[in-house]
Design a protein around this ligand. Structure first.
Ligand SMILES: [Zn+2]
Length: 412
């Protein structure tokens, strides 16, 4: 696999050399026929059970508008879903055993892009001349060369976050690889956006919570909002100053909050009134806050932009009676009193979610059952750009969401 990876990286280098004549950060040449514009917004662990009541109450107006103008439904995920495992499937439309990133830790090492054994979508698009911009997308550290820019997200390593697992290094504190491509963009971001946190805050340990529950919960939520504000500023800056044809932005604090602040009832496993009765609105509020981020992103789009909002999985209160330790959560902070999770053996217990709108996408279409899966995102995006789906990809183009897929998507 080393040789294959080497080939992939060599291709990227050749690509970069051939693109050398393009303006910095790959903005489209004015003479070229405009390519479709696609914006993907990833939300880690968005839970439809929590989203739906908020939509009914009118607390997520931006997501509501996307639903009215587009298609939405559950997104079938993988078994034992977690972020790097599913994101790498979203990137490649291949199984974890094929793309190599089976979880947070693979063979004792934190998941990273050097493990990726299948060609990701950013590489396929870049090769085809599509400009690509990505920020805070999980499992993209160290960043890889693209025809545009890439800023890593969850699993970035840094000071006080040496293993990179679910902790929050600042841009200036990154270690063990590059978090920004091209390198020159790093100084520009530090100057214009500031020294932002790349991933969401680490969850508190049981020891820190004991006796100081309310104080710790409130301080944690404050930090999470600070991180979200910084990310919004980053997205805003990138969309303003480095617009790309394909853009993928992601949020990860929602899932983190759900693991220990999901509004569970006293009958749920793990219920501790000292923690779980303090801020029952903390988790729903994450989505209300996300909706504002979405609003900031949507300001940079128009009716010709395809927008996909995608969650890698949902999150539910502990529910598997086979488990011997109700707090065990293999992939998250082991000392946090976890009361909700997603890496259940049956991924259909925690489906992700999918929202799409754009030219030729049906309005107010609800996808029933599991019409869409995490394998289908990459083929659908390639289809929009008129790029043929590579043979290794297991998903299919979500033609059911298009009015007439032959006429409405770009042809090469
Ligand atoms: Zn999680």
């Amino acid at each position: 696999m080393v040789s294959r990876l080497f080939v992939m990286k060599s291709i990227n280098l050749i690509l970069l050399l051939t693109l050398f004549s393009l303006p910095l950060f790959g903005q489209a040449q004015s003479t070229a026929k405009p390519k479709p514009r696609v914006v993907v917004v990833g939300v880690n662990g968005m839970e439809l059970d929590v989203i739906r009541p908020l939509l009914l109450q009118g607390k997520m107006p931006n997501l509501s508008s996307v639903i009215k103008k587009g298609a939405y439904g559950k997104l079938r995920t993988l078994s034992a879903p977690n972020c790097p495992r599913v994101y790498s499937t979203l990137f490649t439309s291949t199984k974890p055993e094929e793309h190599g990133v089976s979880g947070f830790i693979v063979g004792g090492i934190t998941a990273n892009t050097n493990m990726l054994k299948q060609e990701p979508i950013w590489s396929l698009l870049s090769k085809d001349g599509v400009t690509v911009g990505m920020a805070n997308v999980p499992a993209t550290f160290p960043v890889m060369p693209v025809n545009g820019f890439m800023i890593s997200g969850m699993l970035t390593r840094g000071k006080n976050c040496e293993d990179g697992v679910l902790c929050a290094p600042k841009l200036s504190e990154v270690q063990g690889g590059d978090a920004v491509y091209p390198a020159a963009l790093k100084a520009e971001l530090l100057k214009n956006v500031g020294d932002f946190y790349i991933d969401c805050e680490r969850m508190p340990a049981a020891m820190d919570l004991k006796g100081h529950e309310t104080e710790v919960i409130d301080a944690w939520l404050k930090k999470v909002q600070l991180i979200r504000d910084q990310q919004t500023q980053l997205f805003d800056y990138l969309l303003d100053h480095h617009p790309t044809e394909f853009t993928w932005l992601a949020q990860s604090c929602e899932d983190r909050a759900g693991h220990w602040l999901y509004p569970i009832a006293p009958y749920h496993a793990g219920y501790n009134p000292k923690i779980n009765s303090v801020r029952p609105d903390a988790f729903p509020n994450q989505y209300v806050a996300f909706d504002k981020v979405l609003g900031a992103i949507l300001k940079h789009t128009d009716e010709n932009t395809y927008v996909f909002i995608v969650s890698d999985h949902g999150i539910k209160p502990l529910r598997e009676f086979e488990e011997t330790d109700p707090h065990a959560h293999m992939d998250h902070e082991k000392t946090t009193p976890v009361i909700a999770k997603h890496d259940f053996a049956d991924g259909d217990d925690v489906p992700g979610s999918f929202f799409a709108m754009g030219p030729g996408i049906k309005h107010d279409l609800r996808l029933m059952g599991f019409e869409a899966s995490v394998y289908d995102l990459a083929p659908t995006i390639l289809h929009i750009y008129g790029i043929q789906q590579p043979v290794q990809m297991r998903g299919h183009v979500l033609s059911e969401i298009f009015e007439n897929s032959d006429k409405t998507v770009a042809k090469k």
